[in-house]
Design a protein around this ligand. Structure first.
Ligand code: HEC
Ligand code: HEC
Length: 334
């Protein structure tokens, strides 16, 4: 009985809070963090970033020297590839679209299904995946050891020139942590510049937080709750359900909520790259997605007016901070 009352109280407090929510309360929920987080075991340093950048752009990390991380996570495509199906995945039964690596310092679970838990752990996966870089770490360590230009880079990053899998992974992780979205017009508005975004975008922000309930999942400055949901896409891929027992119904067809910052103009969007514009995305949410047991309970249908749709899109566009000022490195010489 006591517990029940407490729960009721908690709900009441919550709904009072929600109904009081004016845009100033909500604006502050979206404030950017002041510093880039990094684990104690791999602090950010300029030297590791320089090494990581060289590794990230170096196709010699793949067996046939034809593919680097930047082939698929390219600065020209907002650190993704602009493709529905990534290079090499054409023959896969359930190919997944390449996510951006911007703001990856803040990721709590990596990959669409969360199967990697840190940038360090993730970094070896593409190198060793047969349909991606198709190499192995032992041979890679040896190959890099034979490239003279890498010696000083490892030395200044780690104090000596020894090359190990762990050092490669730590440098790749460090470089990626430095890829942070530029300040966008939305950020300036959050900071109090009322003119930074249009009136239409301000209305779109209200639609996003209220009627369309996008903020139920796309939360905080990165616009993600770092969690997994089935939003009812017609895709055979079980996502997180591939690794979580079928009894955990809500994790079947569940994918990680992606960031909404710096969205490419014409997608492709979603884990399967199945949508190519924001109108399509909004229509999907209005319809509420495929009804199945795993469908997120946050996915209830709603209807927006043409004006509200235009406002919502105008708002999403204010999250675009433009390309990062970063040019590809000169690759270390043999
Ligand atoms: C052939 C294209 C390709 C290459 C090359 C590639 N990636 Fe990826 N990357 C992907 C795809 C596709 C995914 C999503 C896979 C999934 O979720 O199953 C991904 C996911 C990631 C993620 C997780 C992002 C997130 O939001 O969870 C990171 C980080 C990443 N890659 C870094 C790298 C690094 C570092 C390299 C080089 C060592 C690399 N990638 C090489 C295609 C590629
Ligand atoms: C139930 C949680 C949830 C709600 C509510 C929700 N989203 Fe999503 N959103 C997700 C997930 C999860 C994905 C990835 C789904 C997938 O690929 O299977 C996604 C993907 C997207 C994408 C594609 C991004 C990309 O990089 O591919 C956009 C754009 C988007 N949502 C916008 C919105 C908007 C606008 C709303 C409100 C109308 C909204 N979302 C409501 C969870 C949600």
């Amino acid at each position: 009985m006591k517990i029940r009352i407490l729960v009721m109280l908690a709900c009441t407090v919550f709904s009072v809070h929600a109904s009081l929510a004016d845009d100033t309360i909500k604006r502050s929920d979206y404030q950017r963090p002041e510093a880039i987080p990094a684990p104690d075991s791999n602090p950010l340093t300029i030297e590791k970033t320089t090494l990581g950048k060289a590794l990230f752009f170096d196709p010699r990390l793949s067996r046939d020297k034809g593919m680097s991380c930047a082939t698929c996570h390219s600065p020209d495509h907002r650190w993704s590839d602009g493709r529905v199906v990534p290079l090499g995945s054409e023959e896969l039964e359930q190919p997944r679209r390449t996510p951006t690596v911007m703001n990856s310092a803040w990721l709590k679970a990596l990959m669409w299904d969360g199967r990697a838990n840190s940038l360090e752990a993730q970094a070896v996966l593409p190198i060793t995946t047969p349909h991606e870089m198709n190499y192995n770490m032992d041979e890679l360590v040896q190959r890099l050891g034979e490239i003279k230009g890498y010696r000083p880079l490892f030395e200044s990053a780690y104090g000596d020139a020894e090359i190990t899998t762990q050092r490669i992974a730590m440098a790749l992780a460090t470089f990626q942590r430095t890829l942070v979205s530029n300040v966008s017009s939305f950020d300036r508005w959050v900071e109090g510049d009322d003119e930074a975004i249009s009136v239409s975008a301000q209305r779109g922000f209200q639609v996003f937080n209220n009627k369309a309930q996008c903020a139920a999942c796309h939360k905080s400055w990165r616009f993600t709750d770092d969690s997994f949901h089935d939003i009812g896409l017609d895709s055979p891929d079980l996502g997180r359900g591939n690794t979580i027992p079928v009894e955990v119904t809500i994790m079947q067809h569940a994918f990680k909520t992606p960031t909404l910052r710096d969205l490419p103009e014409n997608g492709p969007f979603m884990h399967d790259g199945s949508m190519t514009n924001l109108e399509q995305v909004i229509k999907h949410y209005e319809d509420g997605g495929l009804k199945r047991p795993s469908l997120s309970k946050e996915m209830s249908p709603f209807e927006l007016t043409e004006q509200q749709k235009a406002d919502l899109i105008a708002f999403l566009k204010t999250l675009n901070g433009g390309p990062l000022a970063l040019s590809p490195p000169e690759l270390p010489e043999e």
